[in-house]
Design a protein around this ligand. Sequence first.
Ligand code: SF4
Ligand code: SF4
Length: 163
Amino acid sequence: MVRTSKTAVRLRSPPQNSKVVDFDHFFYYIFFMSSHCDICAFNCYGQKGNYASCCSVEERNWIMGPILDYEKVLKDLSLKYGREVTFKEVFYDFDEGSRTFSARKVWQDPNNYPAMRIDFSTPKKTCVFYNENLRVCSIYEIRPETCKNYFCDYLERELFMNQ
Ligand code: SF4
Ligand code: SF4
């Protein structure tokens, strides 16, 4: 996810040997997942009631991209829904995205594509996969790598400061 013309994807440090979920890491995951959801769905960026700013464009210069593993995401989505899910249902390419958000700088940079498609019926203009009622990503298990790896400064500080 990008907030300027420069890619701003931030990788968090996973627990060491994270492939083996031992006892300590089990509690780490329990702590991490519950805290993560509480913050992202109800206290996004420390603002009470705010949610999912990184999954929505709002009125900001913001884009959810680039989604470099888009082919895998489409394949996983097709399996999940039992039909062929097309690129256009899920993503913007540069041509369409730059026209759709013609006044927003990050949408004018081809390096930020493919980008997640926006649901214009939602108040915050969220990604088409964000469920506003439940305040969760509806494809959490198969979400793109860009989403998996993104942690805003606020979330990183809250979750990992004392790790
Ligand atoms: S990662 Fe940050 S910006 Fe994204 S939903 Fe969580 S608190 Fe909000
Ligand atoms: S796929 Fe999920 S995590 Fe990624 S932008 Fe959309 S709602 Fe957010």
